[in-house]
Ligand binder design. Structure first.
Ligand code: NAP
Length: 276
């Protein structure tokens, strides 16, 4: 088994994830895994970074596929006995003018952004080694969407005692409510992406609390963040930040020094803790 530290970035064949891998290859003292759901796109991305003189490794990972997540989990367990850094970056967003019915957009978006990310956490968090770092890439849109939820939902999502089960039930209810066209009446904002990212931010707060309760002595730091508005296939060419600039806050959180006590369980943008 290798004692080399290991970092894993989900959805890193392009965009912000790719830039996070690039930065980690330069700054993380260990093996860095670029992962992609499509091995061809993944290997192409690895080759691009190799041309820059960097040496990422590759592993397939589709966060929508539990078997794929478990294969990565078993690989990490066997080869490294766990992992040191996990960046949950993979995500999707329908374009504003996409005509796919809203209920379908809700189901598909939540499936990857919330349920897929949660499945990765369920399988990989137990493997994170002491002093490890976990970064969940959320979005400022989670904050604006929270502000457009009913008071009752806002209270639930801001609660310091909400459980993961309760959060899962709420995310499931959103999808069900969109199918019945009652989501607005039920207090939800009209944004599937926004709700999915509320899920990611609240999940991060819950997971950090659980780490405090169950693994306090392990000094693991887990946070959610927004990369900013970044020029990628998701956000388009008008966005203000380059992918490398978008990677800065996630990489900052992934590389917090081992004597840092925080941030932990926070939502950050531009390396600054934001109120939730
Ligand atoms: P992007 O260029 O569209 O890249 C998304 C990445 O996620 C791609 O590598 C994609 O792989 C991967 N992915 C999607 N579904 C996946 C799945 N089921 N399993 C594994 N990988 C999957 O988007 P981006 O702008 O870099 O976004 C990265 C993260 O930042 C997302 O979580 C996004 O919500 C968040 N974010 C972005 C912005 C922004 O302005 N760009 C702002 C706030 C937050 P494929 O190539 O196979 O599709």
């Amino acid at each position: 088994m290798s004692s080399v530290p290991v970092a894993v970035v989900t959805g890193s064949n392009k965009g912000i994830g790719f830039a996070i891998v690039r930065a980690l290859c330069k700054q993380f003292p260990g093996d860095v895994y670029l992962t992609a759901r499509d091995p061809g796109r993944g290997q192409e991305a690895v080759a691009k970074l190799q041309e820059e003189g960097l040496h990422p490794l590759f592993h397939q990972l589709d966060i929508d596929d539990l078997q794929s997540i478990r294969a990565l989990r078993d690989f990490l367990k066997e080869k490294y006995g766990g992992l040191n850094v996990l960046v949950n970056n993979a995500g999707i967003a329908f374009k504003v003018h996409d005509t796919t019915p809203f209920a379908v957009q809700a189901e598909v978006t939540l499936k990857t952004n919330f349920f897929g990310t949660r499945n990765v956490c369920m399988e990989l968090l137990p493997l994170v080694k002491p002093y490890g770092k976990v970064v969940n890439v959320s979005s400022m849109v989670s904050s604006s969407a929270l502000g457009r939820c009913s008071q009752e939902l806002q209270q639930k999502f801001r609660s310091d005692t909400i459980t993961e089960d309760e959060l899962v039930k709420l995310m499931t209810k959103f999808v069900e409510d969109t199918k019945k066209s009652v989501h607005e009446k039920e207090g939800w904002p009209n944004t599937a992406y926004g709700v999915s990212k509320i899920g990611v931010t609240v999940l991060s707060r819950i997971q950090a609390r659980m780490l405090n309760e169950k693994r306090k002595g392990d000094h693991i730091l887990l946070n959610a963040c927004c990369p900013g508005w970044v020029r990628t296939d998701m956000a388009g060419p008008k966005a203000t930040k380059s992918p490398d600039e978008g990677a800065e806050t996630p990489v900052y959180l992934a590389l917090l020094p081992s004597d840092a006590n925080g941030p932990h369980g926070q939502f950050l943008s531009d390396k600054t803790v934001r109120s939730w």
